[in-house]
Design a protein around this ligand. Structure first.
Ligand code: HEC
Length: 181
């Protein structure tokens, strides 16, 4: 294989191996994806750190840190969050435009493509689906350990976020920002 061919092949591999990027090639959606990245990363880190001392402890870590992490990432003109059709924390409700996208995911389980949405006042929104991974089942599954179930009941008396199975749609990440000129 000559050098040019090799480079082309390498580039192709790079392009197809970037998860979730297939539908998000245009500049706007990359902006949304970029804004979401630190939220996803920081939440995951907090969860992993909390889980080191067991899932019951991780529930309080999540309760204290998830809202703080989310609030810290909202910047000038940028609103950001995660939400669900079955909320654990009622404060995590999403704006109407993001709920509409969530509904389209719920209505078609083959559709998990991120979305860019044009909003009023020259703003734009971006949504990504969140699905259930093995790690999530301890606190969102249909067979919770009794101590975990009890702790959730105490901290979130209105919890609707259990009973999920692997790969189920858990909710969405959403972000709203000024549209590019
Ligand atoms: C240790 C228990 C625990 C684990 C494991 C866990 N979560 Fe949660 N999750 C929570 C708690 C507690 C909240 C509420 C946080 C808050 O008050 O904002 C929550 C909230 C959420 C929310 C926000 C919407 C809502 O219902 O309030 C989403 C989305 C979510 N979790 C997805 C996941 C996913 C995906 C995974 C696996 C990668 C996961 N969770 C793993 C405990 C957990």
């Amino acid at each position: 294989m000559n050098k040019t061919k090799f480079m082309t092949a390498a580039l192709l591999v790079l392009t197809v191996s970037m998860p979730g990027m297939a539908q998000t090639q245009d500049a706007e959606s990359n902006r949304g994806a970029e804004l979401l990245m630190p939220l996803k990363k920081n939440l995951k880190q907090a969860l992993m750190a909390g889980m080191q001392e067991g899932p019951v402890n991780a529930i309080s870590v999540c309760k204290d840190q998830a809202p703080a992490i989310t609030a810290a990432l909202a910047a000038e003109g940028v609103e950001i969050g995660r939400s669900s059709h079955r909320l654990r924390n009622p404060d995590n409700s999403a704006p109407e435009w993001a709920n509409k996208v969530l509904k389209t995911y719920l209505n078609d389980e083959t559709d998990r493509a991120p979305r860019v949405v044009s909003l009023a006042n020259n703003r734009e929104g971006y949504v990504e689906p969140i699905t259930i991974k093995p790690l999530c089942l301890a606190c969102h599954g249909d067979n919770l350990a009794p101590d975990i179930a009890a702790q959730i009941q105490v901290m979130y008396p209105e919890d609707k976020a259990t009973g999920f199975r692997l790969d189920d749609l858990r909710g969405v990440y959403w972000v709203e920002y000024p549209a590019a000129e």
